[in-house]
Design a protein around this ligand. Structure first.
Ligand code: PMP
Length: 368
């Protein structure tokens, strides 16, 4: 029997929808999912094997449900890198920041409630909202992809959302949101109704500016979300985390599945955190490669959105998808996020970026 999703009694809001997913194509140069191009260094691979071996001896038992050692080390990392002190009680971890965001929407969103994001932005915010039964509001962004404060404040006053997403640096545009704008949006959101403001800092380590962690001081309805998928080069690990008032950490426990973070995940993440300094060295290199992509694309005559992330949005194209395909034909996979006229390329190794720039040069020549 040939059954499709819509033949099943699925929830109405899921009918006719397709799952999130960037193409995972087997091409020589993959610059489409904002991954870190550098494999983990061998000494870290060895340390992971060691810690996982230790953890394996206890796999007959459930893991530490509260991930105390891991959260303590994540808190230390945040404190060391931001200068703003956070402790175990401020930090929560889950399987990727996607799960962190899902837990936040399960806790603070849900049926009868709404969340807002300023689009184009990370499309999973809207999809997680849908999955958790939270209504989604598409907030505005300016022509240059920055958040227009007056327009955003107006949207908050009008819609009075329960959850506000601010992604900085923003994906797919790379745009950073100044601290002053985040503060103003927090105030505007609270004036409309008590609501949670989630600052998604998945790419903050690549930013020219600082983390917004210090804004947590005295703001219990603010959450900063982070991930080890990008700067730590550990997308396959699936480890995301948040920093917030301890009450927020208590609140998400109401929805988290017991033992959601496996002992293997906790052991692997702890090993990676032992090698923070080595891992973050690649961040500097990626930042300079990101800046090189920006200047070379500009030199080629493209428009480029100012980027604080490990990727660059470039355009403009009459038909972005056609250009995407032509770049792919040359063995380089970039991302068509559906932002009309624009494509996004992740900063890879210098050789990968050269291959991308060669491909773009050829496509440009062909088109002129
Ligand atoms: N936030 C943003 C803005 C992202 O771009 C991504 C990944 N593309 C995530 C969160 C989720 O990352 P992960 O689940 O791997 O932590």
């Amino acid at each position: 029997m040939n059954l499709g999703i819509d033949d099943l009694p699925v929830r109405d809001e899921l009918r006719g929808k397709s799952p999130y997913g960037a193409p995972q194509l087997d091409v020589p140069v993959r610059l489409n999912t904002n991954e870190n191009p550098y494999p983990l260094p061998e000494p870290l691979v060895e340390r992971i094997a060691e810690r996982v071996r230790e953890a394996a001896r206890d796999l007959n038992r459930y893991p530490d449900r509260d991930a105390v050692e891991l959260r303590t080390q994540l808190a230390k990392y945040l404190t060391d890198t931001s200068g703003y002190e956070v402790g175990l009680a401020n930090v929560w971890a889950a399987n990727g920041s996607n799960e962190v965001l899902q837990q936040l929407l399960q806790t603070f969103g849900g049926p009868g409630r709404t969340a807002i994001g300023f689009e184009p932005s990370y499309s999973m915010h809207a999809l997680i909202a849908r999955g958790t039964g939270t209504g989604w509001i598409s907030g505005p962004r300016g022509e240059d992809f920055t958040i227009d404060l007056a327009a955003a404040e107006k949207a908050l006053a009008e819609h009075r959302p329960d959850v506000v997403f601010i992604t900085t640096p923003n994906n797919p545009t790379g745009t950073a949101v100044p601290a002053g704008t985040v503060l103003a949006l927090y105030e505007a959101a609270q004036a409309a109704k008590p609501s949670m403001v989630v600052v998604d800092e998945a790419y903050i380590e690549f930013s020219h500016g600082d983390s917004l962690l210090p804004l947590l001081e005295g703001r219990p309805n603010l959450v900063v979300s982070r991930t080890m998928s990008k700067a730590f080069g550990a997308a396959g690990l699936r480890l995301g985390y948040l920093a917030a008032h301890p009450a927020v950490v208590d609140a998400v426990q109401l929805v988290r599945l017991p033992y959601h973070l496996s002992a293997v995940t906790q052991a692997t993440a702890l090993a990676a955190l032992e090698h923070t300094d080595t891992l973050l060295k690649y961040v500097e290199q990626l930042k300079s490669e990101r800046d090189r992509l920006v200047s070379e694309l500009l030199a080629l005559g493209y428009e480029v959105t100012a980027s604080d992330a490990n990727f660059v949005q470039f355009g403009r194209f009459a038909d972005a998808h056609e250009v995407w395909r032509k770049i792919l034909d040359r063995g380089v996979l970039v991302r068509d996020n559906g932002v009309p006229g624009w494509l996004r390329v992740t900063a890879g190794t210098p050789e990968e970026n050269d291959a991308f720039l060669d491909a773009v040069r050829e496509v440009k020549k062909e088109q002129s």
